[in-house]
Design a protein around this ligand. Structure first.
Ligand code: DSN
Length: 420
């Protein structure tokens, strides 16, 4: 008799089963507008729940430390090949368990402890791993920062001035809360002027880059990282890409055996599935719609008198500033949450409040666009956001809006019980 129970989840563990059901209901009934979240397809989830989860595969395709990797090899190689096809690059490492792991591997591959890195300030829209002090990137390396101007945009001349003073080994470009196109070509010129390696972290915009809806970091960046679960709509994980064989070898060693042990074969296989979806002709329409929806959101908010950092957006998110309001990002996040709209509080340029309170919110379009929502729905949602913010302490209004939006959300269901 087998020692493995064949019971389904409901029978095996009713507590977790109920939580999965409740989470599915939450994802269905709330409007998910956290700019870094998305809905992955049932096929991707099916792969993540597959028998590949049982397999150890230390090493790389066809060069493993364990037997029985013949199918894992093919799955990882498919993910690599598809990633290279999507981004037009020569090398991809699809093993990073996350974007932070991917970024850590880039530094480990190309820097020595204490080397200087220049990245975007976290409070201006950068990421923890771009040199922020609480992160390994700020602890192990000498981190310096550039930011945005009061108009919410990167001033590339100022980045060059800072780079000339700092003389960094690596310049990191890419952001977590920046609504404008990143000019990778200009960053390349800056890196060349000071002899720095250019590292692009495209975690937020990768799905747009894949569709040609944002400038590509190739051929400008020496190394590029991304997560696979944000605008790429794949499984939770990371990836590193480059065109240089020497850098690729160093990156591979930095990931395994440098930072990680066995790769998550089920997740690498799921990355391959997501990449196939991205290579389909429909992807371009999705990416275009993500941008169109974010633009509508920004316009509605501005028309209703709210300040949008940089006065609009070129990508998938808008950053709303409450610097001139008597409520904070934290208040707005809570009020919108009560109304069934999930966003996150965010610092804004010229921030006056603490990072736990903030004077802004970051609102994104990728997840609701994946559900099929278009400009008309984003206009309705933008106005509901403003209704909540206009009367931020009105909990009755929040409850009413939550009910209204639940009806809207249910017209765009993407998961049913058989798909999770
Ligand atoms: N947590 C991600 C985001 O929300 O942008 C970045 O890692």
């Amino acid at each position: 008799m087998s020692f493995i129970s064949n019971a389904n989840l409901e029978t095996a563990d009713k507590e977790i089963f109920d939580l999965v059901e409740q989470e599915c209901e939450r994802q269905t009934d709330h409007l998910e507008m956290i700019a870094s979240e998305n809905f992955t397809s049932p096929a991707v989830m099916e792969t993540m729940g597959s028998v590949f989860t049982n397999k150890y595969a230390e090493g790389y395709p066809y060069k493993r430390y364990y037997g029985g990797c013949e199918f894992a090899d093919k799955a990882e190689q498919l993910a690599i090949d598809r990633a290279c096809e999507i981004f037009g690059c020569n090398y991809a490492n699809v093993q990073p368990h996350s974007g932070s792991q991917a970024n850590g591997a880039v530094y480990a591959a190309l820097l020595k402890a204490g080397d200087k890195i220049l990245g975007m300030d976290l409070s201006h829209g950068g990421h923890l791993t771009h040199g922020s002090k609480p992160s390994f990137s700020g602890k192990n390396y000498s981190a310096f920062y550039y930011g945005v101007e009061l108009d919410g945009r990167i001033n590339y001349d100022r980045v060059l001035d800072i780079a000339k003073i700092v003389q960094p080994k690596i310049i990191v470009c890419g952001a977590s809360a920046y609504a404008r196109e990143i000019d990778f070509k200009r960053f390349r010129e800056i890196a060349d002027e000071v002899g720095a390696i250019l590292f692009a972290d495209i975690a937020h915009i990768a799905g747009l880059v894949a569709a040609g809806e944002h400038m590509s970091p190739f051929p400008y960046a020496d190394v590029v990282t991304t997560t696979t679960h944000k605008t790429l709509r794949g499984p939770r994980g990371g990836m590193i890409m480059c065109n240089d064989e020497d850098i690729a070898k160093k990156i591979n060693s930095a990931i395994f055996p440098g930072l990680q042990g066995g790769p998550l074969v089920h997740v690498m296989a799921a990355k391959a599935v997501a990449f196939k979806e991205i290579l389909a002709p429909e992807w371009k329409a999705y990416a275009k719609q993500v941008k169109a929806n974010a633009a509508v959101l920004g316009k509605v908010l501005m028309d209703r008198g709210y300040d949008i950092v940089s006065n609009g957006t070129d990508n998938h998110l808008v950053l709303v500033s409450f610097l001139n309001k008597d409520f904070s990002g934290k208040d707005a996040d809570a009020a919108l949450g009560n109304a069934g709209i999930t966003v996150n509080k965010n610092t804004v340029p010229g921030e006056t409040r603490s990072p736990f309170v903030t004077s802004g919110i970051r609102v994104g379009s990728p997840a609701l666009t994946a559900r099929g929502m278009k400009e008309a729905e984003f206009e309705v949602i933008g106005n509901k956001i403003c209704d909540v913010l206009d009367d931020i302490n009105n909990t009755d209004l929040q409850a009413n809006i939550k009910e209204e939006l639940k009806q809207l959300a249910r017209n765009f269901v993407i998961y049913n019980k058989s798909t999770y």
